[in-house]
Write a protein that binds this ligand. Structure first.
Ligand SMILES: [Zn+2]
Length: 396
C-alpha cells in the first residue's frame, strides 16, 4: 500500500553556512524585502541591504549606500582593481513582490528535491547570492587588475529607481544582470511606452443632443483604430528574437451620470516596443492615427500625453562581456547556452543606455510572482561558477 503522502525529505535551509550560495540564499530569503511601492506597508530594502552590506564588508568590499528614497537603499560594493584592467558590474535587485497569497511561509526557505522554495528564491535572491559569492571568490586572493562592482539595487519590481541611482555615480566597462534566465543567455528584450489619450466631447443634458458631444462614443472610434493598429503591427517586420511590437488599451474612464453627455473619456494604453522602435516614433504613429480620426469623424477631438517609457534592449553578440560569459557558460554546461530574448523589460536597458554593454544570465527555477517559487540549487552553483570565472577573466 502506498502512503497517501510520500513525504519528500525536506530540510530547513538556514542551517547551511552563509559562505556557500545556498547558505547565503537561505539568509536572504528569510529577510522580508517586499517592494512598498507594489504593496503598501511593504518592508523595503533596508534590512536586506544591512545584511548584504555586513556580509560584503566582512570580505573586504568597499561599500557605498545610496538612499535618495528613504528606506529604499541600493548598495554598491567594490573591489578596486590594481589598474589596467576592465571593470565589470554584476547587477541584482534586493526587492521582491508580495508575500500575500504565497503557499506556505514565504520567508522560511525549505530545501526539497534539490530545490529551495521561498519568496524571492528565483526572482532574484538566488542571483544575488550567486553574484556576492562569485565576486568574493574571484577576489579572495587579492584585487584583480580591473574593478569588480556589485550593484544591489532597490525597486526593480516597480520603477527601477535603484539602478538609475547607481548609474548616476558608478559605471563599468560591462555588466551582467543576474535575473533568472534558466541558465540561458538573454541578449534582447522589449521596451514599453505608456500614453494617455483624452477624447474631448461636450457636456450637455441628455435631452439636448444638439448641444452635446458624446466623448465615450467618440472614444469607440479610437479603440477600433487602436485594434487595427495592433493588427498592422503584427503583420509588420519582425525582430528575429522578439517578434513585432504590440499595442493594447489598459484603462478607460469617462462619464458622470446617466442623463449627461460625457465631456471626457480618458484611455490609457501601452505600446510594447522592439529594438528600433523608439518612443518618439510610436508617439508619431499614435498622433497620425488620431489626426486621421479628427479629419474623418465629426466632432472628434483629443489630447495625447506620453507617460513612462522604457527603451527596448539588444546586446551586441560580439561584445567582449557576451563572449566571455558565453565561453564560461559553455564550459560549465558542456554545451553552448541557449540564446533567448524576453518579452518583459529589465534593468539591462538602463545599463545599455548608460553606455555599459550588458547581458542577462541567471538561475533556473520557477514561480516568479506566483504562489510558490523555487530555485534549482544545481543551477545556483553553476551560475556562481560561471560568474566567478567571468569576473576573473574579464577583470584580469
Ligand atoms: Zn527580478
Amino acid at each position: 500500500m502506498v502512503p497517501e503522502t510520500a513525504a519528500a525529505p525536506e530540510t530547513s535551509a538556514t542551517a547551511e553556512s552563509a559562505v556557500t550560495p545556498t547558505g547565503l540564499l537561505a539568509r536572504l530569503v528569510a529577510i522580508d524585502s517586499v517592494n512598498p511601492d507594489l504593496v503598501p506597508g511593504g518592508a523595503g530594502e533596508s534590512a536586506i541591504a544591512d545584511y548584504c552590506g555586513g556580509w560584503l564588508a566582512a570580505r573586504g568590499f568597499e561599500l557605498h549606500r545610496l538612499e535618495q528614497h528613504p528606506g529604499r537603499p541600493s548598495l554598491v560594493a567594490l573591489v578596486r582593481g590594481t589598474g589596467g584592467g576592465r571593470a565589470l558590474m554584476l547587477n541584482g535587485h534586493l526587492d521582491t513582490v508580495s508575500l500575500a497569497g504565497y503557499d506556505g511561509d514565504p520567508l522560511e526557505p525549505r530545501i526539497r528535491d534539490g530545490r529551495m522554495h521561498g519568496r524571492g528564491t528565483f526572482d532574484m535572491k538566488g542571483g544575488l547570492a550567486a553574484m556576492m559569492v562569485a565576486a568574493a571568490r574571484a577576489t579572495a586572493d587579492g584585487p584583480l587588475r580591473g574593478d569588480v562592482v556589485l550593484a544591489l539595487v532597490a525597486d526593480e519590481e516597480h520603477a527601477s529607481f535603484g539602478t538609475e541611482e547607481v548609474l548616476e555615480s558608478f559605471t563599468a566597462d560591462a555588466a551582467v544582470v543576474v535575473e533568472p534566465s534558466h541558465l540561458e543567455v538573454t541578449l534582447a528584450h522589449k521596451g514599453f511606452a505608456w500614453f494617455d489619450v483624452e477624447i474631448v466631447g461636450r457636456a450637455a443634458h441628455g435631452s439636448r443632443p444638439e448641444l452635446g458631444v458624446d466623448a465615450i462614443a467618440k472614444a469607440g472610434h479610437f479603440l477600433v483604430a487602436l485594434e487595427d493598429l495592433g493588427r498592422r503591427l503584427a503583420k509588420g517586420p519582425a525582430h528575429p528574437l522578439l517578434g513585432t511590437g504590440t499595442v493594447h488599451a489598459s484603462v478607460i474612464r469617462g462619464g458622470e451620470e446617466p442623463s449627461t453627455y460625457p465631456a471626457h473619456c480618458r484611455i490609457t494604453l501601452e505600446r510594447r516596443t522592439v529594438p528600433g522602435e523608439h518612443a518618439d516614433r510610436v508617439e508619431q504613429e499614435l498622433t497620425s492615427l488620431l489626426d486621421h480620426l479628427t479629419a474623418t469623424v465629426p466632432d472628434f477631438a483629443y489630447r495625447l500625453t506620453r507617460g513612462l517609457h522604457r527603451e527596448p534592449f539588444e546586446a551586441d553578440p560580439q561584445a567582449p562581456v557576451v563572449r566571455t560569459l558565453t565561453h564560461h557558460a559553455t564550459l560549465a554546461l558542456g554545451h553552448p547556452p541557449v540564446v533567448r530574448a524576453e518579452p518583459f523589460w529589465t534593468d539591462c536597458a538602463l545599463l545599455d543606455r548608460a553606455g555599459i554593454p550588458c547581458l542577462l544570465f541567471g538561475v533556473d527555477g520557477a514561480g516568479a510572482h506566483a504562489a510558490t517559487e523555487y530555485v534549482d540549487l544545481a543551477s545556483l552553483d553553476l551560475l556562481t561558477d560561471v560568474l566567478t570565472a567571468t569576473v576573473r577573466d574579464f577583470c584580469c
